[in-house]
Design a protein around this ligand. Structure first.
Ligand SMILES: [Zn+2]
Length: 100
C-alpha cells in the first residue's frame, strides 16, 4: 500500500525534486519525492493515507520542541528571579549600612 510520508523540515526537498534523489521520511522510509502533490501541497501521493509512524514522530517532535521552548522560558524566568534576589540582598545590606 502506498502511503504519504512526512519528511523533517530540514530535508532538502527542493534539491531532491530537482535531482531525483531520495529523502528520508520521519519513520525512516526512504523515497524519491515527486511533483504530484495534492491540493494541500503536502501529499506526495494524492488520495493515499498518511503514514502513522510519520504522524506519531511528527507529534513527538512538536512536543519535544515545545518542551525545549518551555525549558528556555523557565531558564530565563529563573535568571530574572535570581537577579531580583541579588538586588534585594544588595538593598538589604545597604539599608543595614545606613541604619548602622
Ligand atoms: Zn512514514
Amino acid at each position: 500500500m502506498t502511503l504519504n510520508h512526512l519528511i523533517p523540515p530540514d530535508s532538502q526537498l527542493q534539491l531532491a525534486l530537482i535531482e531525483g534523489t531520495e529523502v528520508e521520511a520521519l519513520c525512516g522510509h526512504r523515497f524519491t519525492p515527486t511533483l504530484t502533490v495534492g491540493s494541500s501541497g503536502r501529499a506526495d501521493v494524492p488520495g493515499a493515507a498518511w503514514c502513522d509512524a510519520c504522524d506519531q514522530t511528527a507529534e513527538l517532535r512538536k512536543k519535544y520542541e515545545l518542551l525545549a521552548e518551555l525549558r528556555t522560558n523557565l531558564r530565563e524566568n529563573m535568571n530574572a528571579i535570581e537577579e531580583r534576589i541579588s538586588l534585594i540582598q544588595i538593598e538589604k545590606s545597604l539599608q543595614k549600612e545606613v541604619t548602622a
